[in-house]
Write a protein that binds this ligand. Structure first.
Ligand SMILES: [Zn+2]
Length: 303
């Protein structure tokens, strides 16, 4: 690797390790509930969400001792750009893992946020997640800071293809692959990456770009080591500036792209609600039955 690329790659690896090791202590449930209720009563809240809001949907979490990062790390942007072997390995793994991601559906947290939006209490939602579940739940004013898994972009010519179309081409090129290399759903990363044996990786036939034939393909998602597009950052700053407070749900803000919005909010003197996760959004916190923000008035379903 070119030294500048190697440097960027190393810096991305450090970000990844921060995600694993820097875990915030969740706000105690009753305290969180009171603070969130007060915030919402006032209205004009911007919500920033992370992986914790999607774990109940079966989307795995990178974090913590049992997080998927402890088993294998995600790709860096530099690897997609400059390391054809790593990219091939990614696409073999993603071919298998994407199915697990497709099976996930929004949970009560996603729907509660839609209800809050309909009640006129939110300026909008900024998410670090790439699973598309806020959108599927019906969130309108939404900025997916890191993109989503529904498109594949060619790094050679810029062509963008629907993920479903890419996947259909991959399935044609690898007709018996899925039967032979089935995986456990717990082995999937939030970006749809799974652990596969070297043998399985080698066997995968990777389709190239429809337009130029290049195999330098990447999900249209912001990877570690890759900047968030300026227009998205600007839109998120505008959203935070229009808000009276920021509520952080399901994120410890270890990744700077989300953290900077909280800094911005703080700079402009807004109140801050920081909850690593909303109690009740993770299976293991079901022992706190109350703690759903908004309380019993909120329906689980949008309809
Ligand atoms: Zn291309």
């Amino acid at each position: 690797m070119d030294p500048a690329v190697a440097h960027a790659h190393q810096s991305a690896l450090r970000s990844i390790s921060r995600v694993v090791t820097e875990i915030a202590t969740p706000t105690p449930p009753q305290q969180a509930l009171n603070a969130v209720a007060e915030q919402l009563r006032h209205g004009n809240v911007m919500v920033l969400t992370g992986a914790g809001v999607s774990t109940e949907s079966g989307v795995p979490d990178y974090r913590g001792p049992n997080g998927s990062l402890s088993r294998h790390r995600p790709m860096t942007y530099q690897e997609f750009l400059h390391d054809p072997q790593a990219s091939h390995r990614y696409w073999a793994r993603a071919f298998v893992g994407w199915r697990v991601m497709q099976a996930a559906h929004p949970n009560r947290t996603h729907y509660a946020l839609v209800e809050l939006e309909r009640a006129g209490l939110l300026t909008g939602v900024v998410t670090q997640n790439v699973d598309g579940l806020h959108e599927e739940a019906g969130q309108r004013n939404l900025i997916a800071l890191h993109g989503d898994m529904q498109h594949v972009v060619c790094l050679s010519c810029g062509y963008e293809e629907a993920r479903a179309d890419y996947d259909a081409r991959a399935a044609t090129a690898n007709p018996t692959y899925l039967q032979r290399w089935a995986v456990n759903k717990d082995d999937v990363n939030p970006d749809g990456d799974v652990a596969l044996s070297e043998e399985a990786v080698e066997e995968f036939v990777m389709p190239g770009c429809v337009r130029c034939g290049s195999q330098r393909l990447k999900p249209d998602v912001v990877y570690f080591g890759e900047p968030v597009p300026t227009y998205k950052k600007d839109a998120a700053y505008a959203m935070v500036n229009a808000a009276d407070s920021v509520l952080v749900a399901g994120s410890s803000l270890a990744v700077m792209s989300g953290f900077r919005f909280v800094l911005e909010a703080k700079k402009t003197g807004q109140a801050r609600g920081h909850h690593q996760r909303w109690p009740g959004t993770r299976r293991r916190s079901r022992r706190h039955p109350v703690a759903h923000p908004g309380g019993p008035g909120f329906r689980r379903d949008p309809g």
